[in-house]
Design a binder for this molecule. Structure first.
Ligand SMILES: [Zn+2]
Length: 264
């Protein structure tokens, strides 16, 4: 079977293991049942802005935007990567209604184990999606705060003691540190300034996550449609936003907006 369309980020449903879908435009292709089969993705030389749908010669920024969306959308503002720089209160948010819907909403500070332990933040309603997109094997919400900026301020404090990035190669190789998230939380509480203690979640729960996988790779080779027009191999796993093939790993979100033909 062959499908043609603009690639979107992988979609997933929490299950054991997590159920993944490849999206081409509005078409969804269940991936878990393709494990063990050979798949092929070919780039058809067309790029579409993931925000406005306009066809563009190249993408700007990291979010696969056309130039106007890169320049104007709040999703492409610096405060999205650095939430502590939120400038809503100065009246300069690129789109106040976006700020109200995405940033001035309850946020979670969490600990996740994807390679080593890391601290992260996310909008409360987006929590599970975020953990899966990062390939966490375990995750635990430790604080709930009123806004994204509060979460960003706390993350900066906690990132002095635990990492705030995932080592994606280790994550994809399933090289996961043996850590007790509850013990790490206890330790971090002792470093947390008193005024923030009111936001601690009293009985946090560790959420285990498992990903569809037949085997793991010894060596991680990133595959990109910018470097080769066709990517093919046997699908041996899906984790975070990656298709894991016996020939290398393909980061789907990085290729959102690429027009492709997908064949099994
Ligand atoms: Zn656009």
């Amino acid at each position: 079977m062959k499908h043609i369309g603009f690639l979107q980020a992988l979609e997933h449903e929490p299950a054991d293991p997590i159920e993944y879908q490849l999206r081409l435009d509005d078409e969804k292709i269940a991936l878990n049942e393709l494990l063990g089969q050979s798949i092929e993705l070919s780039f058809l030389d067309e790029l579409q802005c993931i925000y406005c749908g306009r066809i563009t010669k190249k993408f700007y920024g990291k979010n696969n935007s056309c130039y106007p969306c890169y320049r104007d959308l709040p999703e492409n503002d610096l405060c999205i990567v650095k939430p502590e720089l939120c400038h809503y209160h100065q009246g300069t948010c690129r789109d106040a209604s976006f700020g109200e819907l995405h940033c001035l909403q309850p946020h979670i500070v969490y600990l996740a184990l994807s390679s080593d332990v890391k601290v992260g933040i996310t909008r409360k309603t987006n929590m599970m999606k975020r953990w899966i997109d990062q390939g966490a094997s375990q995750a635990m919400a430790i604080m709930e705060v009123p806004s994204r900026k509060d979460a960003g301020d706390i993350e900066i404090i906690l990132a002095q003691y635990v990492k705030d990035k995932t080592n994606w190669r280790k994550m994809l190789k399933n090289e996961i540190a043996d850590c007790d998230l509850l013990a790490i939380r206890e330790d971090l509480i002792t470093k947390l300034p008193e005024p923030y203690h009111a936001y601690l979640i009293p009985d946090p729960e560790i959420v285990p996550l498992t990903y569809p996988s037949l085997s793991t790779l010894e060596k991680i080779t990133p595959l990109s449609l910018d470097k080769q027009a066709t990517i093919s191999g046997k699908l041996i796993g899906v984790k975070a936003q990656y298709l894991i093939l016996d020939t290398g790993v393909f980061q789907v979100r990085k290729h959102a907006g690429y027009k492709v033909a997908f064949a099994v």
